[in-house]
Each structure stands twice: as structure tokens, then as C-alpha cells.
Write a protein that binds this ligand. Structure first.
Ligand code: C2E
Ligand code: MG
Ligand code: MG
Ligand code: MG
Length: 283
């Protein structure tokens, strides 16, 4: 490579990097005001028991409605919120909002809430959860907290303590995105998980025989550890049937429904019970 082409590259990239850094700083500032400006909302995706088709509950997924950029994915703004420390306040809002919403549903339905590994840092997650349960009036057995494997490396002792407290409160704990990242089987048994969520990468799209075998292994691992298994990203009937035959407990994915607005849940419940013949009580 000649000197001049290297130089061209520098000249080409520098303004763009400066621009990106600028946008990043702007987003950070806007993210700090987003809560107060009520730009966050939660959407909900159903979780269904395999085989019976029984609706078990919903996962709450965060959305940021930016006034100029439109809806921004949590995959882009959650990392920023983690860097700035804003995730603590946002996470507390998500927890309370999800618990409040779930109180409007039939009382056999659960709500799953995603929690960032950084929310364990200040040692207050159990308090945040207890506060949300008390203020909303939701029974702890109806709440599930979803954590990713990053948690196990970030601050294992703090995480273990707080997860243990959550379990004692009666809250369920799911390991999210299992199978990606640096999965460690010893971690899985050392933490009080009640559910394994099998990552979409093993479920969605064209997966080969090796991947099927891996999914089946995760399912039996869950069974032998006394944990439920739920497969994420189920988009086709074929995937659904294969997971059911493999003994997976539950599924979530576009095949059942995309994440929906809170206001769509009650109509969805009516449609769903009509389609599947499951009548609901407690509405
Ligand atoms: P996740 O917890 O693993 O959530 C599943 C993601 O997969 C969601 O994306 C969901 O919309 C999407 N999804 C579900 N079914 C299908 C399917 O069949 N096909 C495809 N292609 N996608 C499907 P979303 O809502 O964009 O969230 C992305 C990630 O952002 C979440 O992954 C979670 O890690 C994080 N996140 C979302 N809400 C929160 C939150 O309130 N707090 C924190 N800390 N993180 C959150
Ligand atoms: Mg999740
Ligand atoms: Mg439970
Ligand atoms: Mg996931």
C-alpha cells in the first residue's frame, strides 16, 4: 500500500469518526432526558408453552421513541445507557412499568423483564424489584428477571447475592441468550436460574444438524438442572414442531406474535383463546 492511499484513508475516515463521536455524545445527552420526556415505552411479546399452546406470559421489551430519529433499538441505546450509568434509572422505570402493566392481565400470566448486568453493580436490584412489586401490587411469582451471561463475568459475587435474594422473594430468573458468548456450564449451575432461554442463533434461519444437536443438548441440560427451557426467535411451524419434539418447554417468536403495544394485549388474549380454545379466568 502506498503512502498516499494510507493518507487518503485517514482523510476519509477522520471526519466520519468525528461525526460518530459527536452523534454519540448527542445521544448520551438526549438519553439522559428521555425518561423525563416520556420517550420510553414497553412492548410485549408472548411466551407460549410448547405442546399445549398455553399462553404463559409476556416479555417486556424497551423502545425509545426519539423525536427526530424515530424508534431506536435497545441494542443501540442500552449500551450507551450502560456507559453513562443511566441504565440504573431506566432499568428501575422498566421494572415498575412492566409490573404495573402485568397487573392488568389475567393473574396466571407472567411478565419477564430484561436487566442489564450493570444493574447489579450498586447492589440495589433487589430493592428496585421489591419497590416495583410493592408499588404495583404484582405478586412476585408473576415476575421473571432475564439476565445475560455478561452478568456472570461482570461481578459474579454481587450478582449471586442479589439473584439469591430475588429467588427468596419468589421471583424467577432466566438466563437470556444462552449459547452465545462465553457459556460456562459451571456458571449455569452455580447461579439460581429457573429458566434457560436458548438464543435465536440456534433457532432461527437455516440451522444445520450440529445446531439441532446442540439445542437438544441444552434442553436436556436444562431438564437435568431442573430448569425450564424456552427457545427464542421461533418464526416457522417447522421450528416449533422440532423444538416440541425435542422436549423444549416453551417458545417465543414471530410465529406466535411480534412484540405488541400494551393496548393490544387484551384483544390479543381474546383472539388467542378463541384460536386455541384456552379460556381464561381472572380477566
Ligand atoms: P432479548 O432479550 O434477547 O429479546 C429478544 C429480541 O429478539 C427482541 O429484540 C425481540 O423483538 C426479538 N425477537 C423476538 N422474536 C423474534 C423472531 O422470531 N425473529 C427475530 N428476528 N427477532 C425476534 P429487541 O426488542 O430489539 O431487543 C433486543 C435486545 O435489547 C433484547 O434481547 C435485550 O437484550 C435488550 N433489551 C430489550 N429491552 C430491554 C430492557 O428493558 N432492559 C435491558 N437492559 N435490555 C433490554
Ligand atoms: Mg430477553
Ligand atoms: Mg414463577
Ligand atoms: Mg435473547
Amino acid at each position: 500500500e502506498s503512502k498516499s492511499s494510507a493518507l487518503n484513508r485517514i482523510c476519509f475516515f477522520e471526519p466520519r469518526m468525528a461525526q460518530e463521536a459527536h452523534e454519540q455524545r448527542e445521544l448520551e445527552i438526549e438519553l439522559r432526558r428521555a425518561l423525563a420526556l416520556q420517550q420510553f415505552r414497553l412492548v410485549y411479546q408472548p411466551q407460549v408453552e410448547l405442546g399445549t399452546g398455553r399462553l404463559m406470559g409476556f416479555e417486556a421489551l424497551l423502545r425509545w421513541e426519539h423525536p427526530v430519529r424515530g424508534s431506536i433499538s435497545p441494542m443501540s441505546f442500552v449500551p450507551i445507557a450502560e456507559e453513562t450509568g443511566e441504565i440504573q434509572r431506566i432499568g428501575a422505570w422498566v421494572m415498575l412499568e412492566a409490573c404495573r402493566q402485568a397487573c392488568h392481565w389475567p393473574d396466571d400470566l407472567t411478565v419477564a423483564v430484561n436487566v442489564s448486568p450493570l444493574q447489579f453493580d450498586d447492589g440495589k436490584l433487589a430493592d428496585v424489584v421489591q419497590d416495583a412489586l410493592t408499588r404495583s401490587g404484582l405478586a412476585s411469582a408473576r415476575l421473571e428477571v432475564e439476565v445475560t451471561e455478561g452478568l456472570l463475568f461482570h461481578n459474579p459475587e454481587a450478582a449471586l447475592n442479589q439473584l439469591t435474594v430475588l429467588r427468596q422473594m419468589g421471583v424467577d430468573i432466566a438466563m437470556d441468550d444462552f449459547g452465545t458468548g462465553y457459556s460456562s456450564l459451571s456458571h449455569l449451575s452455580r447461579f439460581p436460574f429457573t429458566k434457560i432461554k436458548i438464543d435465536q442463533a440456534f433457532v432461527r434461519g437455516d440451522v444445520d444438524e450440529g445446531t439441532h444437536a446442540m439445542v437438544n443438548t441444552i434442553i436436556s441440560l436444562g431438564a437435568s438442572l431442573g430448569m425450564n427451557t424456552l427457545a427464542e426467535g421461533v418464526e416457522t411451524r417447522e421450528q416449533y414442531d422440532r423444538l416440541r419434539d425435542g422436549g423444549c418447554d416453551a417458545v417465543q417468536g414471530y410465529l406466535i406474535s411480534r412484540p405488541m403495544e400494551a393496548s393490544s394485549i387484551v384483544p390479543f388474549l381474546d383472539d388467542y383463546s378463541q384460536q386455541t380454545g384456552f379460556s381464561r379466568t381472572g380477566t
